[in-house]
Design a protein around this ligand. Structure first.
Ligand SMILES: NC(=O)c1ccc[n+]([C@@H]2O[C@H](COP(=O)([O-])OP(=O)(O)OC[C@H]3O[C@@H](n4cnc5c(N)ncnc54)[C@H](OP(=O)(O)O)[C@@H]3O)[C@@H](O)[C@H]2O)c1
Length: 332
């Protein structure tokens, strides 16, 4: 492993906790399942760690098939990275459908704890660093879901508790409950990008009031905020894959803005993907930008975003004016 791996990465404090997270983290939602090439995933994890990316984000259901990303990651840990466990933040989540019946979905204590036990087995780990409730469950008392996270931490199966995709009012309640239990929430993982601005309305203020960090996922809107779809949908892209979560139909309506953003990125000497990541890091309400990549090259490109995360007011205004343009449907 590269002995200089910590030289160029930046680390940001997660809220008011003691935990420092890398400015860029790697997510294993796509590209790490049994449908993908194991060696490609392995190379990306190695390269990430070598560039100072300490945080690897998983969930019980990542694959496909569900569970396979954790199993593949477990193999990489066992064969290659075991010796570095204390230098890594490994996270997992439970909240979406994982197994049939009433105990394999949502936010009950039964589901969360059973799922965490399964995740630890799949990854061959004694503990995860952050265990998340993956989504708010309106039919389970929040005290029960947060109680399960608290138990996970107090039993040593997780070091920190996190929540993901909670609406602002429920996030605030969850933070309060966890604080009272003595297991303060360390992060809220949310969808945020140039195309998804919802958190700016209320959620960021909740995080800052409560001293909770923010993990921003899908910073490239699953690849839309890059130059890859400018000339059509490439064969192996996420939008072209039948198991990918990006629908082909989502591409065309964004192209008008993407072209304009791409020109601005070029003027800054960056790729659009790099500018989209830098734009998030310019904002200190984001603790870490959680990228997904399908190749080592993409990962390296994305980390290069760190070389220029400053923006002039003129550039910020230009980005806002492009983003506020009406979306145009094009026939392609
Ligand atoms: N908590 C939640 O509910 C939740 C939900 C979604 C995601 N997440 C987490 O967030 C992570 C990231 O999400 P995401 O994968 O949607 O993130 P993303 O970074 O917005 O999209 C990743 C995709 O963008 C493309 N891409 C990445 N770098 C590129 C580059 N330099 N140039 C051109 N294209 C590039 C690749 O597409 P191609 O595959 O087409 O090459 C890649 O698969 C996930 O892995 C997961 O850990 C969490």
């Amino acid at each position: 492993m590269n002995p200089d791996r910590y030289k160029n990465m930046q680390y940001r404090r997660s809220g008011k906790s003691g935990l420092l997270l890398p400015a860029i983290s790697l997510g294993l939602w796509h590209n790490f399942g049994y449908v993908d090439l194991f060696e490609n995933g392995r190379e990306m994890v190695h390269r990430a760690f070598d560039m100072g990316i300490t945080q690897f984000d998983l969930a019980n259901n990542y694959g496909p098939p569900p569970g396979s990303a954790e199993e593949n990651f477990g193999k990489i840990m066992k064969f290659d990275l075991k010796a570095y466990r204390d230098e890594m933040i490994i996270t997992t989540k439970a909240g979406y459908l994982m197994w049939p019946g009433p105990y394999g979905d949502w936010g009950s204590r039964k589901y969360l704890i059973a799922s965490l036990n399964q995740s630890l087995k799949r990854m061959g780990l004694d503990y995860v660093d952050i265990f998340y409730s993956h989504r708010y469950d309106p039919n389970t008392p929040l005290e029960e879901t947060m109680g399960a996270l608290d138990f996970a931490v107090k039993s040593g199966k997780a070091l920190y508790a996190g929540i993901s995709n909670y609406p602002p009012d429920k996030a605030r309640e969850a933070f309060t409950i966890l604080k009272e239990l003595g297991t303060p929430c360390v992060v809220h993982q949310i969808k945020y990008s140039m195309f998804v601005r919802e958190p700016e309305k209320e959620l960021f203020d909740v995080h800052s009031d409560e001293g909770v960090g923010c993990v921003a996922f899908s910073p490239l809107a699953q690849g839309l905020l890059s130059d890859k779809y400018l000339n059509g949908i490439p064969e192996h892209s996420r939008a072209a894959k039948s198991h990918g979560f990006l629908q082909k139909e989502a591409v065309a309506p964004t192209l008008y803005k993407v072209k304009a953003l791409n020109e601005l990125a070029q003027q800054r000497g960056q790729s659009l993907a790099q500018m989209a990541i830098a734009w998030q890091l310019y904002d200190n309400r984001v603790t870490t930008v959680l990228v997904g990549t399908s190749s080592v090259k993409q990962l390296e490109d994305n980390v290069e975003a760190l070389n220029n995360t400053s923006f002039s007011q003129e550039e910020i205004d230009k980005i806002e004016s492009i983003l506020s343009l009406p979306s145009i449907e094009t026939k392609s």
